[in-house]
Design a protein around this ligand. Structure first.
Ligand code: HEM
Length: 137
């Protein structure tokens, strides 16, 4: 909902991901990004092995929050000060959920950030009508 620019572009090869958040467990995304055919036999989606090796760049979080807010994402004032704390808490939750599926990976790997992102896609927009209904009462 708050992507600036919208990440998925105008030309799509795979399925629509607009409601992907919550559709699959974290481990499904982990395995699918590492080897798409392991989760979807016959898939032509390429694997993304570097996401499992490269680390998240925590140093740019501040400036990203600032830029996104400028473009209309409703981050609260001062959120940049606690954003990385929030990021790490969320990353640890994903690492724990993966552990339950016998998958071991560091919380700082880029795949963790991508799973967090994918699990959020479509969630904010689902919550929006409820808030509108509440404010009309
Ligand atoms: C970072 C980049 C990408 C992400 C995060 C991503 C993510 C996903 C996800 C979550 C699904 C499952 C959708 C569902 O079952 O509802 C999917 C499926 C698919 N994607 Fe991707 N994708 C990426 C790049 C690509 C690219 C570059 C291609 C094509 C060249 C592609 C082609 C497909 C196809 C054909 C499927 C359906 C079969 C399957 O589940 O593997 N994807 N993708």
């Amino acid at each position: 909902m708050y992507d600036h620019p919208y990440q998925w572009g105008s030309k799509r090869t795979g399925p629509d991901l607009a409601r992907i958040g919550g559709k699959y467990p974290d481990s499904w995304h982990f395995n699918h990004m590492l080897e798409p055919t392991s989760m979807a036999p016959g898939s032509i989606m390429p694997p993304y092995p570097w996401l499992f090796e490269k680390s998240i760049d925590y140093g740019s979080t501040n400036s990203k929050i600032y830029a996104m807010r400028k473009m209309g994402v409703p981050y609260e004032e001062g959120y940049e000060a606690i954003a990385n704390e929030d990021l790490k808490a969320q990353a640890n939750q994903i690492v724990e959920s993966l552990k339950k599926e016998k998958i071991t990976i560091g919380a700082d790997k880029q795949i963790i950030a991508l799973i967090a992102y994918l699990q959020r896609v479509g969630k904010d927009i689902k919550a929006a009508p409820k808030e509108e209904q509440l404010s009309q009462k």
